[in-house]
Design a protein around this ligand. Structure first.
Ligand SMILES: NC(=O)c1ccc[n+]([C@@H]2O[C@H](COP(=O)([O-])OP(=O)(O)OC[C@H]3O[C@@H](n4cnc5c(N)ncnc54)[C@H](OP(=O)(O)O)[C@@H]3O)[C@@H](O)[C@H]2O)c1
Length: 245
């Protein structure tokens, strides 16, 4: 395979196709250099997802089977730029989330959205480096059942109020919130028109299955997007879209 170095495996050689074409030196410098002005009263919200060409967000129940070394490079670069990594409890449980600082170079704090507060005591993010993750939950949920190692915050009545979560993170000082899914949470951000920037890695795979659609089968909506950047590494495309609104 092109760019495979003995003993090191595959080394991504990213190339930018749009807005200008040419090799990419540092993905982090490229992505960090983009302006992301905070909208009034909330942080800039970016989301990062990987999908197969047929639109699957999971393969055998996880996203790892869709990813690649270049995708992981973009994932790490975005985390390095973010103040908060926002993730839904379903993804945190399935993907065995760790605290961001334990997975790469970032100061971002983890924030988890859960209705059930079903966070088994063996969740990796309950301990580790950096501040305790925030767990946003509805006021009707019993925060007393949460294990140690998180900071519970009630936000909303019977479900978590996602716009209120973003206002709360803004009040904490967060200016870039990076949502890493899953699809149910992404659907709510899109529904509330709170998605400023969407990074989608298009992996050269057809995988079928039922985990299809980055918004998790959310009801119909219409949100216009502008194509901001296209990167390529081999047969993978890295698309950045920004909200039209
Ligand atoms: N391809 C990718 O880039 C990517 C990225 C992320 C995840 N994934 C995949 O997506 C799958 C997980 O998806 P999922 O269906 O579990 O969806 P999800 O969006 O990860 O999680 C849904 C859960 O989040 C909580 N939640 C979300 N919004 C809420 C709200 N407003 N109020 C209260 N709770 C809320 C609930 O947790 P409780 O159950 O605790 O109430 C809900 O069950 C996994 O297979 C994962 O690998 C793929």
């Amino acid at each position: 395979m092109e760019n495979t170095v003995p003993g090191q495996g595959y080394i991504p050689a990213m190339e930018q196709l749009l807005p200008t074409s040419g090799p990419v030196g540092s993905v982090l410098d490229l992505l960090d250099g983009d302006p992301r002005p905070s909208p009034v009263g909330r942080p800039w919200v970016a989301a990062n997802m990987v999908a197969s060409v047929d639109g699957a967000y999971g393969r055998d129940g996880r996203s790892a089977g869709l990813s690649s070394e270049a995708d992981r490079e973009v994932f790490r670069a975005l985390r390095a730029c973010a103040d908060v990594v926002l993730v839904a409890a379903g993804t945190a449980r399935t993907e065995r989330y760790r605290r961001p600082a334990d997975a790469g170079p970032t100061n971002a704090r983890l924030a988890v959205v859960s209705g059930s507060l079903h966070l088994p005591a063996d969740q990796p993010f309950l301990s580790g480096s950096g501040p305790d993750p925030i767990v946003y939950h509805p006021s009707t949920a019993d925060a007393g059942r949460l294990p140690a190692g998180v900071e519970p915050r009630a936000m909303g009545g019977t479900t978590v109020d996602i716009p209120a979560v973003l206002a709360d993170l803004y009040a904490d000082g967060a200016r870039l919130v990076l949502c890493e899914g899953g699809p149910i949470l992404l659907g709510q951000l899109a529904e509330h028109d709170l998605l400023d920037e969407l990074f989608v890695t298009m992996s050269p795979l057809l995988v079928g299955g039922e985990q299809v659609g980055l918004l998790g089968g959310h009801g119909p909506m219409h949100r216009g997007l502008s194509l901001h950047r296209v990167l390529r590494d081999g047969d993978s495309l890295f698309l950045t879209y920004r909200s039209d609104s």
